[in-house]
Design a protein around this ligand. Structure first.
Ligand SMILES: [Zn+2]
Length: 244
């Protein structure tokens, strides 16, 4: 940060979460250039794998900084910002896909462990699920899935270990007891999709509980091979990761 930017920060406190440069035109998290970049990279949803799953943005330095600020810096409103600037909020392709999956779908966030909830005070996937439900006319259903056992953070594990780590880690309330129409489908919502191990485990728990037609929507898609490099980058930048 140069002197001008430092002075701007001192007087205005305005630093773009995306590029770290001072700007008086934050909107409210990004400078105009980063905001434009965000809209361009969120124009088309990403199909990450074999599941009925879409991700709203690719993981890149901009989206990565936003999600880290949301998770570790208490900037909860970034969840609504990301959804609003994705092709869901901009009434593009992703919204059409979600609406095509079904009407009034329950949006079920991937739960965080109680200990992490106490430490952080919120579940970023729940924030995302709430925002998606507002845009799609569905309903946030935050008490259907529950974590069973505390497991180490996903970010510190390779893809094989991740699958083992989350296998059986979730349980779901029985569909019949919830006055829902489980055949109409549900959308599992996560913040970052990497190998799909977490959402697959959630889907298995939901199936065991009688749900059908299970879809997945995540804010960001991170190419699995880059996850290890990203963990190293996190530590270098001084971000606190879940494994710390
Ligand atoms: Zn910027």
């Amino acid at each position: 940060m140069n002197l001008r930017e430092s002075l701007s920060f001192f007087f205005f406190g305005n630093v773009c979460v995306g590029c770290g440069h001072g700007s008086q035109k934050l909107d409210p998290w990004l400078c105009p250039n980063c905001k434009e970049e965000l809209i361009v990279c969120g124009e088309h949803p990403i199909w990450p794998g074999k599941e009925d799953a879409i991700c709203l943005f690719p993981m890149n330095s901009l989206t990565r900084n936003l999600i880290l600020a949301m998770k570790y810096k208490g900037m909860q409103k970034i969840a609504s910002y990301l959804v609003a600037h994705s092709s869901v909020g901009r009434k593009g392709e992703a919204l059409q896909i979600l609406e095509g999956w079904g009407k009034n779908m329950p949006f079920i966030p991937v739960p965080v462990h109680n200990a992490r909830m106490r430490e952080r005070g919120y579940n970023q996937s729940e924030l995302a699920a709430f925002e998606l439900s507002l845009h799609c006319g569905g309903k946030l259903q935050k008490n259907i899935l529950k974590r069973r056992i505390y497991k180490p953070s996903q970010t510190s594990l390779g893809s094989g270990a991740r699958s083992l780590n989350v296998a059986g880690a979730f349980e779901a309330k029985n569909a019949k007891s919830l006055n829902l129409a489980p055949k109409n489908g549900v959308v599992v919502v996560d913040d970052v999709y990497t190998t799909g191990a977490t959402t697959s485990s959630c889907a298995r728990a939901l199936k065991r509980a009688g749900f059908e037609n299970i879809k997945v929507c995540a804010l960001l898609y991170e190419f699995p091979a880059s996850a290890v490099a990203d963990l190293a980058a996190d530590k270098k930048m001084g971000w606190k990761t879940e494994s710390n």
